[in-house]
Design a protein around this ligand. Structure first.
Ligand code: PEP
Ligand code: MN
Length: 375
């Protein structure tokens, strides 16, 4: 159930409705939007008892939500969610493309600083690197733990990038939220419901990766777990799913991006590194991710990938990351100006200065991302 408030409803009226919902034994989630505030109701097992809600001052209407997820859905909030970071212009969602780059794992201070220096110079606003690594083999490198988090915090101080790093259980989440700016929940934990609930009580934004065999609905339900605990700063990330295809590590499902954007207000990123597992596929799939309308990219970069302790085969050399950023910057900057812009397929595929190209481009999501999406 969703309570939609009138456009001019006051804060007191919103509060009164929330209190009333609490008195029924449910949990209210007031989400302000550009036009109106909507209040999601969770905590009900079956039908919501609405009592006198509809008659309360400031209430426009009650809407029954038929989908199993409510808080992540566009029914609750029509505008796209933008996650902002105090005292910086870094954001996830909205007009800018968020670029999160760094090594798979923090291996040492020297290794992490060397990568950070390069990705920051290339224009990344977010630095990634695992201090806790969920590995297929228990004998593989498991990460430096808190020592790795301390290195990440130093990198934020030194380079000004925001830190994104994974928590693998409640214990590590406690530490990750203390040191990092964004708490990552990995593919293997997408349905670890106790961890999702704990992340939902974190004061930090959460980046939730799609499980490797999760359907769209399962993915959105996992996000709903986090939001239902009160954390509305949530970012989704497609990272490839398991299929029979064996030419890549996973099959990057770019069709998820517009599917999520149709149903949910949450930002959706793409990780072409884990999504392909192969360095030479990361640039082409990054282009495709931007073209399909993703809100950003998560990319692994290493200065010496041949000796990386994890995921070397999919990690870009810094020079390759420079090229990726150059291409993307070119596409975005041209998009944001009224000048002719191009979509990329190796070389320019579509030159908007050509007659008729503008009409064609209006049907291409990436152009919509840059030109028409509201913040
Ligand atoms: C990662 O981003 O470091 C990672 C382990 O990814 P995933 O959870 O998608 O496998
Ligand atoms: Mn990795």
């Amino acid at each position: 159930m969703l309570v939609v408030m009138q456009a001019h409803a006051t804060e007191e009226q919103v509060c009164a409705v929330c209190k009333q919902i609490e008195s029924f034994g449910y949990r209210p989630h007031a989400i302000p939007g550009a036009q109106r505030t909507a209040i999601g109701i969770t905590g009900n097992q079956g039908e919501v008892e609405v009592g006198n809600l509809e008659e309360m001052p400031g209430v426009a209407e009650l809407i029954r939500v038929t989908k199993p997820y409510k808080l992540v859905s566009r029914d609750l909030k029509q505008e796209n969610t933008v996650i902002r970071f105090p005292a910086t212009d870094a954001a996830i969602g909205g007009r800018t493309l968020a670029i999160i780059a760094g090594p798979c794992a923090i291996e040492s201070r020297e290794q992490a600083f060397a990568v950070a220096e390069r990705v920051q110079r290339a224009g990344a606003q977010f630095f990634r690197g695992g201090a806790y690594k969920p590995r297929t083999s228990p004998y593989s490198f498991q990460g430096l733990g808190e020592a790795g988090l301390k290195i990440l915090a130093e990198i934020r101080e030194r380079f000004g990038m925001k830190i994104v790093t994974e928590a693998v259980d409640s214990e590590s989440l406690e530490l990750v939220e203390r040191y990092a700016d964004v708490v990552q929940i990995g593919a293997r934990n997408m349905q670890n419901f106790s961890l999702l609930k704990r992340a939902g009580r974190s004061p930090k934004p959460v980046l939730l990766k799609r499980g490797m065999s999760a359907t769209l609905e399962e993915f959105l339900m996992a996000a709903e777990y986090i939001m239902s605990e009160g954390n509305y700063s949530l970012v989704l990330c497609e990272r490839g799913v398991r299929t029979f295809a064996d030419h890549t590590r996973n099959t990057l499902d770019l069709s998820l991006v517009p599917a999520v954007q149709r149903l949910s207000h949450l930002p959706i990123l793409v990780d072409p590194s884990h999504g392909t597992g192969k360095r030479n596929k990361v640039l082409p799939l990054s282009r495709a991710s931007v073209a399909v309308g993703a809100d950003g990219l998560l990319v692994e970069v290493h200065c010496d990938p041949d000796h990386a302790l994890s995921d070397g085969a999919q990690s870009l050399y810094p020079e390759q990351f420079d090229s990726l950023m150059d291409e993307i910057r070119l596409a975005i900057e041209k998009d944001n100006s009224a000048r002719p812009c191009r979509l990329y397929r190796g070389r320019a595929l579509l030159d908007l200065s050509r007659p008729g190209a503008a009409q064609l481009s209006s049907r291409i999501p990436r152009i919509r991302l840059c030109d028409q999406r509201q913040e």
